[in-house]
Design a protein around this ligand. Structure first.
Ligand SMILES: [Zn+2]
Ligand SMILES: [Zn+2]
Length: 329
């Protein structure tokens, strides 16, 4: 029945743009789920809001999706791509041909400091000149040499901190450690994981939210200026891996993020990878270096609502395929 609905929908919506069609299909699949699943007493999905200009820019960005043959040198360059969202807010992605994880890296810059979230999956500065790029961005800013750089991690898995060494000897720079205690200390979080931390970059305040589960030191980073939240591997268009052992902690973290979102409107949830295709519910194979028809990077409030409903309804983790992300075991 779902398949029938899906085909009928595609047939009637071929004249709209691919993105509109995707959103439309997703909306109907969601509504269909709402009708057929047991009623949840948590939250009803929020209506899809129109995108502001910056969000449109992030959603419309077609990132380099790798290549069929990554052994060819031309497919390994450029090593990364950058989207400048606004003044002092940059999103970078590694080339899939250099590392299939192709993580997204975020850089926020204020009047007195800068915050780099993640250093990617590649150690070598020759293959992935992350430090050189950060230096270039900061030098282009007024008082660039005086800006204090904090290098933090969405969490301490290898594909998010491999480039740390590049910053080891950088002046005026702090590289945050990998344990929850080190992260709590760096952001002055008194009560990990229930408390919140902040870092003021000068006219750009960031909130740091502990979200252990995917990994013990996972954090979400909220930019008060844009309203965007960086969510690492905890919420992203891909496979959110859960196990019996991490599930109770993950549930609490999702609730913590959701509670935060009720106090501070979140414009976009920005994860560290894209593994879904643009086709609802369909992901790319693990390890893929070629993703020609990727899902867009940002998720929105309805996705967090969806995962919040899921954790509220499921006492134990169970596989569930949503249109834009997969709860995987
Ligand atoms: Zn991870
Ligand atoms: Zn990752």
């Amino acid at each position: 029945m779902k398949a029938f609905l899906f085909v009928a929908l595609l047939a009637t919506s071929f004249s709209t743009s691919a993105q509109e069609e995707h959103d439309h299909v997703r909306r109907v699949l969601r509504d269909f789920d709402e009708i057929t699943k047991p009623k949840l007493d948590c939250v009803s999905p929020a209506p899809l809001k129109p995108l502001d200009e910056e969000s449109k820019k992030i959603a419309d960005k077609k990132w380099f999706g790798g290549a069929k043959d990554c052994s060819k040198k031309e497919n390994r360059t450029p090593p990364y791509e950058v989207l400048q969202v606004n003044d002092g807010y940059y999103i970078m992605r590694q080339n899939k041909c250099i590392n299939f994880e192709a993580p997204f890296i975020y850089l926020y810059v204020g009047d007195t400091g800068a915050l780099l979230i993640d250093t990617g999956a590649t150690e070598s500065a020759d293959q992935m000149p992350l430090r050189a790029w950060v230096d270039e961005v900061l030098k282009s800013r007024p008082n660039g040499d005086k800006l204090k750089l904090t290098v933090a991690h969405s969490h301490s898995h290898g594909d998010h901190m491999a480039g740390d060494e590049q910053f080891a000897d950088r002046p005026n720079t702090t590289v945050v450690g990998y344990s929850p205690a080190e992260v709590a200390k760096a952001f002055n979080i008194k009560d990990w994981p229930n408390g919140e931390g902040t870092i003021d970059l000068g006219n750009r305040k960031m909130s740091i939210l502990p979200i252990p589960g995917h990994e013990a030191s996972s954090i979400a980073v909220y930019d008060h200026k844009s309203g965007d939240m960086v969510t690492g591997d905890t919420l992203y268009p891909g496979n959110i891996f859960l196990s019996d052992s991490n599930y109770p902690t993950f549930k609490k973290s999702i609730t913590r993020m959701w509670d935060f979102s009720q106090k501070h409107p979140v414009r976009n949830y920005l994860g560290a990878h894209v593994e879904m295709s643009a086709e609802p519910g369909v992901d790319y194979e693990y390890g893929s270096t070629y993703q020609p028809n990727e899902h867009k990077l940002p998720l929105r409030q309805e996705h967090l609502d969806e995962v919040k409903n899921y954790v509220d309804a499921n006492p134990r983790p169970a596989r569930k395929v949503f249109a834009d992300l997969i709860i995987a075991l």
